[in-house]
Design a protein around this ligand. Structure first.
Ligand code: ADP
Length: 261
């Protein structure tokens, strides 16, 4: 039946014997597709009204001096919340796009040096001189993958480091070879994460402290996006962190993604 999705599992059983388990997962997959489509449709429908609201808020804000002082704080709040809602919608659309593309569509040879320097520039712009940010490129290794997806995953990690590190903190970005693999990592001296939260960080909307995340412009979807991107590239995410001391987020790329020198 072409409509059916089956999952096969082979389990070693006694000596030289195998147990083959075949499960019909059609219903689970159908519900998952419905959920994904629903989120994509809702996000898409919300985009237009939000653009209109944002546009008119811009127009009003351009009418210099015409907003009374009493109204200004409410107006600022409306603008900030509109921006936040727009970010959530864009992230939800990105997630559903990533979920529905099982394979990479725009795979190419990526020269890492310019990408890493762009990441550093963006991190400095976000930090506005409040942190010391350094890039350590220890290898000339390049990658095969989607430039846009990988830039987005790496930039999520660098912007998290900036957002969760108090002013005067230090952020180090590394590009290193480890045997056959190559590792991108971001280390910060920020607020850190308690061990119990680590396994759940890549879940949608999971935040250690939702108030703080919201204040720093977070949507709670960043690491979920990172997880999907890494899955497309057969790469893994490692997180080491100590509450109050800082964190290190690393992306480990397998040898199959590394371009020959
Ligand atoms: P958000 O948009 O809330 O930052 P993410 O999915 O990017 O969402 O991250 C999930 C949560 O993981 C964050 O809310 C924050 O609590 C925690 N987190 C991520 N990166 C760091 C970091 N570098 N230092 C401390 N906490 C972090």
């Amino acid at each position: 039946n072409p409509e059916m999705t089956l999952e096969l599992q082979i389990i070693p059983f006694a000596s030289k014997q195998r147990l083959l388990i075949c499960r019909d997962i059609s219903a689970i997959e159908k519900t998952d597709i419905m959920r994904r489509d629903f989120i994509a449709n809702v996000s898409h429908e919300l985009r237009t009204p939000l653009t209109v609201i944002g546009g008119f808020l811009e127009t009003i804000s351009d009418m210099q001096g015409e907003i009374s002082e009493d109204i200004q704080p409410y107006f600022d709040m409306m603008q900030a919340q509109t921006t936040r809602m727009r970010r959530i919608i864009e992230d939800l659309l990105t997630l559903s796009r990533l979920e529905s593309n099982a394979t990479l569509k725009d795979e190419m040879d990526i020269t890492m040096q310019p990408l890493l320097h762009q990441l550093l520039k963006d991190a400095n712009a976000l930090s506005q001189g409040q942190h010391t940010i350094a890039l350590h490129v220890d290898t000339e290794t390049n990658l095969r993958g989607s430039y846009n997806e990988l830039f987005s995953a790496m930039s999520n990690l660098t912007s998290n480091a900036v957002r969760y590190t108090p002013p005067q903190g230090k952020i180090d970005i590394f590009w290193q070879r480890q045997g056959d693999e190559v590792v991108f990592s971001v280390q910060d001296t920020g607020i850190g994460i308690e061990a119990q939260h680590l396994p759940r960080l890549t879940e949608r909307f999971y935040r250690v402290d939702s108030g703080r995340s919201r204040d720093t412009g977070g949507t709670g979807l960043g690491l979920s996006i990172v997880k999907h991107i890494l899955h497309h590239h057969q790469a893994g995410l490692q997180v080491e962190s100590e509450s109050g001391k800082g964190s290190r987020f690393s992306i480990v790329f397998p040898a199959s993604r590394v371009l020959a020198a």
